[in-house]
Structure formats: structure tokens, C-alpha cells
Ligand binder design. Structure first.
Ligand SMILES: Cc1cc2nc3c(=O)[nH]c(=O)nc-3n(C[C@H](O)[C@H](O)[C@H](O)COP(=O)(O)OP(=O)(O)OC[C@H]3O[C@@H](n4cnc5c(N)ncnc54)[C@H](O)[C@@H]3O)c2cc1C
Length: 280
């Protein structure tokens, strides 16, 4: 299949994955698909399924350990689907419509709307910084959490100062049939480090914030980050708190055995978030 297939988006055969994860280990994907819009992502899912593969989703790679060798089939990366914008106040009423529209060109007052539309591949630091610049409170507790918005929603990333689903108002997913589904927050059941979306793929989300003083939001984020830096190897290539916490509770091997076995450490599992221990 590798040499013959044409895909509905950019695609790389035998793409090395290690550099796309924070652990920096593992092998290659037989195919790495790189959609750059929500619709391309949907088409990529459909095309993979037509080839008989369940696509694996790769976000920022901050919570994955990739197997050695070649992963057969398709990995879809959300890295190129990375628009973050403020929806028009009078604009589309659905996330799906909003994903298709042009971002606002004229600057809007920071008091207006208090919402972002974030596509799945927006990096968490970009989201945290953009909200802080406007003085919008809600994600500063996620300062220092690596990865992308899609992975953050799938995993319900967070810690003691807040979690991703705290700002989710609506989420757009692609389901197993390759169809868009828009889910209200009230219809979802996120839990501890698990967005509760099952095998659905996060495409974009409408995120709602509270108005605050930009200086105060930035200071809070800075304080959280300092505390996180103090207890975690934030700048090292690692799996974050999963490893440091493991060191204090019988070592990383024991932790890995508890969290991932059986089967032993496999990777980029579609819509199946791995477990993590509590993160500061
Ligand atoms: C230094 C460091 C510090 C960390 N600190 C924290 C912390 O404080 N709190 C915390 O919660 N986590 C923390 N983590 C873990 C990690 O940042 C989060 O789990 C993050 O949400 C992973 O997002 P990602 O985009 O990198 O997902 P990935 O690692 O790429 O994927 C993780 C899982 O989500 C799935 N997935 C990815 N994108 C999507 C999508 N669009 N739709 C559906 N499924 C998808 C994947 O298939 C996989 O199963 C830390 C990690 C590191 C390396």
C-alpha cells in the first residue's frame, strides 16, 4: 500500500515519529497524514478507514510512547490544523461554521465575546499566552502543560490549578464513521485526565473565558509555571509528571507497569488517552 496510495491531504511515507514526541523515542509510521483544515482531517479519517485502518491520532506527542519499528497503517497528526481566533459576536452559532470562516481582521475590544475557537493543533502554550494577553482567565492554570488543544481536550489535561474542560463550551469531533459531530459541554462527561470522548477525534472547540486584568492573569500563570518548574523536568525531554511521580512511588518502571500494562507500552492509541498521575 505504501507506494501507491494517494491521500486527501499532505502525507509522508515511513515518517519518523520520535522527534514528534516529548519522549524522543520510537519508530516510524507507515503513513503520516498531515491535514491542515478540519475538513481535510475528516477526509483523512475516511480515507484511512477505506484502506482498512483505524487511524491513530498524534497531537503534540507529550503523552505518548511510540513503539520501535514501523507502525502499520495511518497516523494522523493535527500539527497543521492550528488556527486560533475569536469568533464574530454576531457570527456563526456553531463551532463547525466557525471553523470555516475567516478570522477577524480588525482588533476587537478585549471585553467582547470572551471566546476563542481553537483548532485541534493549536499548542497549549499559544492558547495560554493568547488568553493572558487579553486578560481572559480560564487556562492560566495550564501554563507549562505541553501538547495541543486536541490532545488536551482528549486527555482533559490539567492539574491543581484547573483543567482543559473548565473552558470548553462546545467541541467539534469526527466520529468513527468520519462524520462531524458537535457536542455541547453539557452532553459530555470529562473526568480526571480523560475527556470522555472515546474514539472520537477532537477537531476544534469553542472556549469560554472570564474577564480579568491582563496583568493579574499573566502573574497567576507565571506563578503556576514557577511552581511547576520547581517540581518537574519541564525543559527536559520527558513524559512530565508521570515520570517524576513514578520516581517517588517505586520508580518509573513500576509506574509504567501499573498504567500501561497489559499490553505493554504501545503508542498513539486512537482516542484512548493514557493515564497519568496527578500533576502540579
Ligand atoms: C514536561 C511535561 C509536563 C506535563 N505536565 C502535565 C500537566 O501538568 N497536566 C497534564 O494533564 N498533563 C501533563 N503532561 C502531559 C501532556 O502535556 C498532556 O497529556 C497533553 O494533554 C497531551 O496532549 P498532546 O497533544 O501532546 O497529546 P498526544 O501526546 O499527542 O496524545 C495523547 C493521547 O491523546 C490522543 N489525541 C491527541 N490528539 C487528539 C485529538 N485531536 N482527538 C482525539 N484524541 C487525540 C492520542 O491519540 C493519545 O491517545 C505533561 C507532559 C510533559 C512532557
Amino acid at each position: 500500500m505504501t507506494s501507491l496510495k494517494s491521500w486527501p491531504c499532505a502525507a509522508l511515507p515511513h515518517a519518523e515519529l520520535s522527534a514528534r514526541t516529548t519522549m524522543r523515542v520510537g519508530g516510524a509510521a507507515e503513513w503520516l497524514l498531515e491535514p491542515s483544515t478540519p475538513e481535510e482531517l475528516r477526509q483523512a479519517v475516511i480515507a484511512a478507514r477505506e484502506e482498512g485502518y483505524t487511524p491513530r491520532i498524534l497531537g503534540g506527542g507529550a503523552n505518548l510512547i511510540v513503539d520501535d519499528g514501523v507502525l502499520p497503517g495511518v497516523v494522523i497528526t493535527t500539527d497543521r490544523i492550528k488556527r486560533l481566533f475569536r469568533p464574530e459576536p454576531e457570527g456563526p452559532s456553531t463551532v463547525r461554521d466557525a471553523t470555516e470562516m475567516a478570522p477577524r481582521v480588525a482588533p476587537a475590544p478585549r471585553e467582547e465575546g470572551l471566546r476563542f475557537v481553537a483548532w485541534a493543533g493549536v499548542s497549549m502554550p499559544k492558547l495560554v499566552n493568547a488568553a493572558a494577553e487579553l486578560g481572559w482567565s480560564g487556562v492560566e492554570g495550564l501554563a507549562g502543560v505541553p501538547g495541543n488543544v486536541g490532545g488536551g481536550i482528549a486527555m482533559n489535561a490539567g492539574g491543581r490549578w484547573g483543567e482543559m474542560w473548565g473552558v470548553v463550551e462546545r467541541v467539534l469531533v469526527v466520529d468513527e464513521r468520519g462524520e462531524f459531530q458537535e457536542l455541547e459541554r453539557s452532553a459530555c462527561t470529562p473526568r480526571y485526565r480523560n475527556g470522555g470522548l472515546g474514539s472520537r477525534i477532537v477537531v476544534s472547540a469553542l472556549l469560554k473565558f472570564d474577564l480579568d486584568d491582563p496583568r493579574v492573569v499573566k502573574e497567576r500563570g507565571r506563578d503556576f509555571l514557577l511552581e511547576k518548574n520547581r517540581v518537574q523536568p519541564v525543559t527536559a525531554w520527558s513524559a512530565g509528571c508521570a515520570v517524576t511521580a513514578g520516581m517517588t512511588a517505586g520508580g518509573a518502571p513500576a509506574l509504567i507497569a501499573r498504567l500501561w500494562a497489559p499490553p505493554a507500552v504501545t503508542a498513539v492509541a486512537p482516542g484512548r488517552p493514557t493515564g497519568t498521575v496527578d500533576c502540579p
